[in-house]
Design a protein around this ligand. Structure first.
Ligand SMILES: Cc1cc2nc3c(=O)[nH]c(=O)nc-3n(C[C@H](O)[C@H](O)[C@H](O)COP(=O)(O)O)c2cc1C
Length: 367
């Protein structure tokens, strides 16, 4: 494990190229982390306590999961629970295999605790992933915690045919995830965000919901939204999701906006094209969660993601209305101990507020 693990576990060692650091981490997690001894060791170091919550009929042993984009190829599905996550989202997966955008395409802004990425759904395609996941399942290597699949539109497919593209990937992966997130908000595939316009969105929902409803088991289907959409567009999306009886919404993806850089290194990172994640995204992500919760009276499950990095930011998202949470950037800046420290913090707040469960805290700000 050596140096790669140190890079992952000690966030102070952040000098090497971001995508290489990420690949080194994934190499460790997909080998050592997938062995039973590895899982025991990692769990001993980073395991999280229980703080159960039921969302769309599924029991999560606490609310915090791994956000999309870290385990893009679903290579370390058994490692994430050992690192303390209660659920994992793999992907984004597209129907067709694709390389993603040219490198470098992942940049750190250390002082701002932010990342900028323009990955562009680099992945081996739905058919290959399906085959790998089939093998994983038949080898008894499927995790015990819930797994979600993040689905994107293939680069070579125009928005005109996007509904078929999403639907085909959903069909391929249907037996290999517990729920699905339709990603129409990544800034790194040209015109992908135009899919949030109502006509486009309706086409996608129509096809995907039909496919899902024809399956023997009706699995939850969610949509992930952009923090850069105007509030009224987000509300239009929310109302469309309700019409189509979707199961929830993920708020939010990365932003194309840039905050004030806190160092020359951050300024350089921010000058790259792509989506920004981490600390500077938090406030807008919370605004979007508040907006959705109020519009739906808390009736549409919200997964809160964006700058969750501490017990305070996590509690902020929960009391705004998120019943599940995810993080990505905090893992890079704070290392894996951030997961259990957040869950412990949420447990403490739940107790201090005399709530009988974390469920009572969801949307508490709005009472
Ligand atoms: C390198 C990288 C790749 C990502 N890839 C995806 C993706 O494929 N699909 C997706 O929906 N979100 C993707 N995201 C967005 C994250 O899932 C999350 O919404 C965002 O990073 C905000 O959370 P954070 O502030 O905790 O990082 C990616 C983020 C990063 C940093």
């Amino acid at each position: 494990m050596g140096i790669a693990w140190r890079l992952f576990a000690q966030p102070s060692l952040r000098f090497i190229d971001s995508e290489r650091a990420h690949s080194a981490t994934m190499a460790i997690l997909s080998t050592f982390g997938e062995s039973s001894i590895g899982q025991r060791v990692i769990n001993g170091l980073y395991g999280s306590p229980e703080l159960p919550i039921e969302v769309f009929g599924k029991l999560f042993y606490h609310p915090l999961g791994l956000a999309a984009g870290f385990d893009k190829k679903a290579k370390a599905l058994q490692s994430w629970p050992s690192l303390g996550f209660s659920w994992t989202e793999y992907g984004g997966i597209t129907r067709y295999p694709q390389e993603g955008n040219p490198k470098p395409r992942m940049f750190r802004a250390n002082k701002n605790h932010a990342l900028v990425n323009s990955m562009g759904f680099n992945n081996p395609g739905a058919t290959k992933i399906r085959e790998e996941l089939r093998l994983r399942k038949s080898n008894g290597k499927w995790p015990k915690t819930p797994v979600a699949a993040n689905i994107g539109r293939s680069k070579k497919v125009s928005n005109l045919y996007a509904a078929d593209d999403y639907c085909s990937t959903l069909d391929s992966l249907y037996d290999y995830a517990d729920f699905f997130i339709l990603n129409i908000s990544s800034p790194n595939t040209e015109k992908l965000r135009d899919l949030q316009e109502l006509d486009n969105l309706r086409n996608i929902l129509n096809k995907c919901v039909k496919l899902r409803n024809n399956k023997e088991t009706k699995k939850p289907l969610l949509v992930k939204v952009s923090p850069d959409s105007a509030d009224n567009q987000i509300l239009d999306t929310v109302n469309e999701l309700i019409k189509f009886d979707l199961d929830g919404i993920v708020a939010t993806n990365t932003t194309i906006k840039r905050p004030e850089p806190l160092s020359t290194q951050s300024r350089k990172a921010f000058s790259n094209n792509g989506g920004l994640s981490g600390r500077p995204l938090h406030n807008r992500s919370i605004e979007v969660i508040d907006l959705i919760y109020e519009e739906t009276d808390g009736n549409l499950p919200i997964i809160g993601v964006g700058g969750i990095e501490s017990k305070e930011t996590a509690w902020n998202a929960i009391t705004s209305g998120a019943s599940l949470l995810q993080l990505y950037s905090a893992l890079v800046f704070k290392g894996p101990s951030v997961v259990s420290s957040i869950v412990k913090g949420l447990k403490k707040y739940t107790k201090e507020n005399n709530f009988s469960s974390i469920r009572e805290a969801v949307g508490y700000k709005h009472i």
